[in-house]
Design a protein around this ligand. Structure first.
Ligand SMILES: NC(=O)c1ccc[n+]([C@@H]2O[C@H](COP(=O)([O-])OP(=O)(O)OC[C@H]3O[C@@H](n4cnc5c(N)ncnc54)[C@H](OP(=O)(O)O)[C@@H]3O)[C@@H](O)[C@H]2O)c1
Length: 318
């Protein structure tokens, strides 16, 4: 890899924080572009990691930030938009990717790693997966760039939107009506996802390739929720909902603050998020899969671990 920092868009988020730690451990300099430096406060103290304010939708400003970079990693993604037209997803996934690719060319940065998602395809049933698929198509058509695309199933780790999300939801609620309870996922550790990026950065054979990432075990959503309950020693009633009631729940919840669940999420969950046969990206990259059991108890258990304090701090906005 050429000299210069690895520039990361979306580096302040759940995956980005882990990726930045991996890069720091590998001795690589990182430059995280953020819409607000405060979002990336957990990265301020990382060695060799610079956090810079940038309007990533502004091609000129972005080009400026990419000057001298060894590579660019685009992690930006949203799970929800205002309304249900797809415009918000298209803006954050497709328009932004087009701008990033153009800025890479302007700044003469050839190495580009792109975060997508399992099942992303232009003809997928949800706006999220469709626009992720359209962004992938833009990347794959960039013959002048050395690109790699990473496509994980749902990701777990401290601060995740999976085990932690249900853990928080079930803190007070004695009963959980669960939409898409039978939807199948192959949860992959954020540590393995971060390692996949670092491995790809250092391995030229990954250029022009897409890697589907999944963990060692396929779990239904109901199994995921029940595993979280068992790990945290709680007893709650889970009520799996059928298709009709799942839709009603989505319609209600997308009007709640923070849009915890939406019709678009429901459409995504209609596809199993499981590795297709012969598409094991972690195996192809030589990365051993971390099981759920190896790390979830460490951040979800009621053992008073530091991760618990991290969650509290995040909730309090500190
Ligand atoms: N988490 C999963 O289970 C999972 C599974 C498969 C794929 N993925 C993909 O992995 C990527 C990272 O996921 P994550 O869980 O780390 O997400 P995250 O925690 O929400 O972080 C995403 C980051 O993107 C930036 N961002 C958010 N909305 C944006 C917008 N509208 N315009 C520009 N930047 C925006 C934010 O950075 P600033 O606020 O600092 O600007 C944020 O820190 C996403 O592309 C996601 O689709 C995630």
């Amino acid at each position: 890899m050429s000299k210069g920092p690895v520039v990361i868009l979306g580096g302040s988020g759940f995956v980005g924080r882990s990726l930045c730690e991996h890069l720091a451990r590998a001795g690589l300099a990182a430059k995280v572009l953020t819409r607000a430096r405060l979002h990336a406060r957990e990265l301020w103290m990382l060695p060799n990691t610079e956090v810079v304010n940038c309007n990533v939708y502004d091609e000129a400003a972005l080009t400026q930030c990419l000057q001298g970079a060894a590579a660019v990693i685009n992690l930006v993604g949203i799970l929800n938009e205002q309304g249900d037209s797809g415009a918000g997803f298209r803006h954050a996934h497709v328009d932004l990717t087009r701008t990033v690719l153009a800025a890479c060319r302007q700044a003469n940065v050839r190495r580009y790693l792109h975060m997508s998602a399992l099942n992303a395809a232009p003809e997928a049933p949800s706006h999220y997966l469709q626009t992720k698929g359209e962004a992938e198509a833009l990347v794959a058509a960039s013959n002048d760039l050395a690109w790699t695309i990473i496509r994980p199933s749902v990701i777990f780790g401290p601060g995740d939107g999976l085990f932690v999300r249900f853990h928080e939801l079930l803190r007070l609620a004695p009963v959980l009506p669960l939409a898409c309870a039978a939807a199948r996922f192959q949860p992959v550790s954020v540590l393995d996802v971060a390692e996949a990026f670092v491995t790809a950065l250092n391995d030229k054979t990954t250029v022009g390739q897409r890697y589907d990432l999944g963990g060692p075990r396929v779990m239904t959503l109901a199994e995921i929720v029940r595993y979280g309950l068992a790990t945290s020693g709680r007893c709650r009633l889970i009520l799996p909902l059928g298709a009709g009631l799942s839709r009603v729940l989505a319609e209600v919840m997308e009007h709640l603050p923070g849009k915890p669940f939406s019709r678009d999420n429901l459409r995504s969950a209609n596809l199993d998020s499981v590795l297709p046969a012969g598409h094991d990206g972690l195996a192809a990259l030589g990365i051993a899969k971390t099981p759920v059991e190896a790390i979830v108890p460490g951040y979800l258990g009621n053992t008073g671990s530091l991760a618990r304090y991290d969650q509290l701090r995040r909730h309090a906005g500190r």
